[in-house]
Design a protein around this ligand. Structure first.
Ligand code: URA
Length: 221
């Protein structure tokens, strides 16, 4: 639902508390309101459209589609690469070792997993956790783009090079893209290292913590 309509709906809902008992709307306005969906409903519609997806070969080896989860009204959306083994088994994003670090990273800026929305560029696990292939990204990306447009957060944080390069449409290395605020359509985008990379390279955590502070600043702006 466009933000302006959402604001208008909130205003209409507020009117009874001011003593208004009836509001007259034109037929056109009634039609618009009848078609209005909450962000939660719109995300459910995207999930339904995805269905029992067989758009790429990964359906042959997956256990579960990992659509994404969290607050549809989130100010921050985190975008990873692809589900790993644990995520594939549970059907939830970032629930393995990298996910535990991600939860700690969020806590460091005062956010819980429930407050944000977490998803991936591709929704099925590549066998052996190999990198997603271009045809797999191409098949899955439209669903991520729809999720991002519906949630319309204040900030998108891309985790690692695959999600960063995919959304920013560049081949520049993540080490040169992180630490700055980029733009994805009208939404600010801050890349940082993937938590799985940070588990292997703990010395880089300091830079990731700087990125998190930047994200916090942009959310609070
Ligand atoms: N790595 C990712 O990129 N996404 C997950 O959901 C889990 C691990």
């Amino acid at each position: 639902m466009p933000d302006v309509l959402e604001e208008f709906k909130k205003y209409l809902e507020f009117l009874p508390s001011l003593g208004f008992k009836e509001v007259y709307l034109s037929f056109q306005a009634k039609e618009v309101f009848a078609k209005m969906r909450s962000k939660k409903e719109l995300l459910e519609e995207i999930r339904q459209k995805l269905g029992d997806c067989k758009r790429c070969k990964l359906y042959q080896t997956r256990h579960h589609i990992v659509f994404g989860e969290g607050n549809p009204e989130a100010k921050l959306v985190l975008v990873g690469e692809a589900p790993g083994r644990e995520e594939d088994l549970q059907g939830r994003p970032f629930v393995g070792a990298a996910g535990q670090l991600l939860t700690k990273m969020l806590k460091a800026i005062g956010l819980s997993r429930e407050e944000v929305y977490i998803c991936n560029v591709i929704k099925c696990r590549p066998p052996g956790n190999r990198n997603p292939q271009p045809d797999e990204i191409e098949a899955c990306l439209p669903f991520l783009l729809e999720q991002l447009k519906v949630i319309n957060p204040k900030v998108i944080c891309t985790l690692g090079s695959i999600s960063t390069r995919t959304l920013l449409n560049t081949n520049t290395p993540i080490s040169r893209l992180r630490g700055q605020v980029h733009q994805w359509h009208s939404i600010k985008l801050v890349p940082t290292f993937h938590p799985a990379y940070l588990l292997r390279n703990p010395a880089q955590k300091r830079l990731a913590w700087e990125d998190l502070q930047l994200i916090k600043k942009v959310i609070e702006e």
